[in-house]
Design a protein around this ligand. Sequence first.
Ligand code: CAA
Length: 387
Amino acid sequence: MNIGIDLISFYTPPFFLSLTDLAAQRKISAEKYTIGIGQDEMSILPPDEDVVTMGANAAQSLLDKVDKTQIKALIFATESGVDQSKSAGMFVHRLLGLSKECRVIEMKQACYSGTFSLHSAMGLISLQKNAKVLVINSDVARYDLNSPGEPTQGCGAVALIVSNNPRLLKVESESAYISEDVMDFWRPNYRSSAIVDGQYSTKIYLKALNECWKKYGELTKRLPEHVHHFCFHLPFTRMAEKALKQLFRCKEEFQSRFIKSSPGFRYNRVVGNSYTASLYLNLCSLLDCSAENLEGHRVGLFSYGSGFVAEFFSGVIQAGYGSHLLKDLHSRLISQRKKISYREYLEFYHYALPEQGEVFNVPHFTNGHFRFSGLDNHKRLYEKTVS
Ligand code: CAA
């Protein structure tokens, strides 16, 4: 079986808040965020964007490079869904002009569902070898103002084309996964921000990594040294340091691994948490930003979704991968974002939509290819802004 990630692209909206500015408002040292948590900036969602527009924007960049008619399924992973019944993927299916002969589904299990989507896509392709599957991971990390989780907010989407003979990463068949019902992080339907037992969630994450790694080691007989690069679900980049310290007990080995892995944290450090997309943003950053040639290197990927389901799996970077990356586009997306003030952050945070079904137009903020333009009779309206 030679199935895996053929192409990868991410999108994040064109606004960010500096965590140094947030720290000043919260009257705490900026180093707590930049060093203690390992985040410099967080992307901010404007009122005319949501998981649909972010997902469509991320996927759009890949569609010039594949035959759209070969996409036989669109799997949309999110925990920030816009409707209790209709899949966010249905809106994206139309916005991207995908074929009618393409299944669409939305997946949910906190930050983990993107990984299940990837493996489901591989299963579909093993049954239909010329098919391609579009997996979209799209989320908005939102906590209460002035809560410990606030500096770990963010938003973004990562789109993957999964296929046979992938151009970027062949996913290996051995995979170690575990599930356990715990309440470390959750969001009841009546809330727009998540509730989290932060310190406990961090402990559970590391416990899950430990158990998954142990199982993966038993399955593959590999030691951490046999994996060239590690990518993690990154709620904040300091988490990677904690994870690597657990995998590499020797201080020198840990330090050299941390330096080697750092290009992979670059995007997450400025985008913030993007839940389902976070692990794949780490992978995208590693592929785009590593100065080293990664051909033939094994990447270990740790996926964690609170509640919790966790999985450790691996893949091998393919020869010639470098010519299929979208690094210039990604670097422009980040560098061209507009820094917003604390006041603008509060305005976006508190922006509320009417709930009575009246016609409502959302003002234009984003410069993305797609936007959420308003509501009519409880229906969400989307438009393409650039052809
Ligand atoms: N300079 C440098 N470091 C500083 C500092 C300073 N001036 N002040 C504090 N620090 C350090 C602290 O020593 C601490 O370091 P250690 O982790 O090594 O102990 C670090 O900064 C954080 O400080 P606190 O522990 O006091 O931070 P906190 O309690 O205010 O919040 C948090 C930290 C619990 C992660 C919080 O941000 C949070 O709740 N985040 C959301 C939940 C989360 O992301 N959990 C992760 C696992 S769950 C998951 O992965 C799913 C998901 O996506 C949510």
